[in-house]
Design a protein around this ligand. Structure first.
Ligand code: SF4
Length: 383
């Protein structure tokens, strides 16, 4: 069911300097060099295990994500890259990304990353306002962000992504617009914009819904922040190619596009997810269990987490993720992959029900600008 024969490789580093107040990702605060090296060694072994049990497929993108991968020493990242190169067949010019927190992005480190062949860097700026950063519990301030971007440019990175967040409690329209303006001024090749979702179990959730000491911006403010940002970015030459991602022409994220294009990806590391040949599975999320599996030379996959979705489920995933892209989904491609007419599966009246929110030209189905505001509602109609 795959679209290309190539595969994206995701490597998860589940450690951070500290836990941000809004974060519900699989990440733990850790600065113990021994523990970081122990995990690196396990990941390296997992790379070998997977590469040996895996049929010949070419890797055309590598994404080292987290957590905070830049918390690892140069030596540990070099170990990982070395094993990726030795154990997998890489395409001629793969996109290789590493995520960095501005607080852990020294000049020497970024230079070392570039020399290892890492050619794209994603920096978690989130906001250019120190009061917002403090409230979020981030480990960096805006000076760290400036320094990290300068270091990345000095190290020779010419494909830089900056992550930004909006809809943060306490964040005003002015703060948000200033953050966008600052990013545009620095001219990274790629900018990601995420609307903060308050997840149960996070400190922010408790502060907003239980302690009532913070309040969320209204839905209207959240949407205004999104639309203002898109206008500012498009005016500055960025193209919104995905609901949360804008890039200068030619700098769309190749790896992330796989997630929205029904392409295969292999995830390694604690809790990492994979989608290979129509099968989705997830590595275990318990660190001791993970290390134990690896010690025994086994893939760290819980049998319970191997999910063979039904064809109907897969169609839903194809449409749900594909509608995130500005170009939407290609009905012909859908029919080629699933061998079924699109409108024999989905009710054609949905096009009329969501008139003004969905655009269909007889070939492509996509969200309109207004449709992006109710994206989840529309996308769930296809699941
Ligand atoms: S740096 Fe990212 S992964 Fe780490 S705690 Fe903060 S939001 Fe979570």
């Amino acid at each position: 069911m795959t679209i290309t024969n190539n595969v994206g490789l995701y490597l998860h580093i589940p450690f951070c300097l500290k836990k941000c107040r809004y974060c519900d990702f699989l990440s733990f605060p850790c600065s113990d060099e021994e523990a970081l090296t122990e995990y690196t060694e396990a990941l390296v072994r997992e790379i070998r295990i997977k590469a040996s049990e895996w049929p010949y497929r070419m890797i055309d993108s590598v994404y080292i994500g987290g957590g905070t991968p830049s918390i690892l020493s140069e030596k540990n990242v070099a170990r990982i890259m070395d094993q990726v190169n030795k154990n997998f067949v890489l395409s001629d010019d793969p996109e290789i990304t590493i995520e960095c927190n501005p607080a852990t992005a020294s000049e020497e480190k970024l230079q070392a990353f570039r020399e290892m062949g890492i050619n794209r860097i994603s920096i978690g700026i989130q906001s250019w306002d120190n009061s917002v950063l403090r409230l979020m519990g981030r480990a960096h301030d805006k000076n760290d962000s400036f320094t990290a971007i300068r270091n990345a440019k000095k190290a020779g990175f010419d494909n830089i992504n900056l992550d930004l967040m909006f809809g943060i409690p306490g964040q005003t329209m002015k703060m948000w617009r200033d953050s966008i303006r600052q990013c545009i001024f620095l001219r990274p090749q790629h900018i990601s914009l995420y609307s903060l979702q308050l997840e149960e179990g996070t400190q922010f959730y408790k502060m907003v819904y239980e302690d009532h000491i913070l309040s969320e911006p209204s839905e209207m403010t959240d949407r205004k922040m999104y639309h203002d940002a898109i206008i500012m970015l498009e005016d500055a030459g960025y193209n919104l190619y995905e609901i949360s991602n804008a890039a200068l022409p030619g700098y769309e994220s190749f790896h992330n596009s796989k997630y929205w294009s029904y392409d295969d990806y292999l995830g390694l590391g604690l809790g990492a997810s994979s989608f290979i040949g129509g099968v989705r599975y997830k590595n275990c999320t318990n660190m001791l269990e993970y290390l134990d599996y690896i010690k025994k030379g086994q893939a760290p996959v819980n049998v319970d987490d191997i999910e063979k979705y039904s064809k109907r489920d897969e169609m839903g995933i194809y449409v749900f993720t594909g509608l995130r892209k500005s170009e939407g989904i290609d009905i012909k491609e859908f029919e080629k992959i699933f061998g079924t007419k699109f409108f024999s599966v989905y009710d054609p009246s949905l096009i009329n029900v969501y008139f003004g929110y969905l655009d269909f030209d007889g070939c492509r189905l996509k969200l309109t600008e207004e449709g992006r505001d109710i994206a989840n509602r529309i996308m769930s109609e296809f699941v």
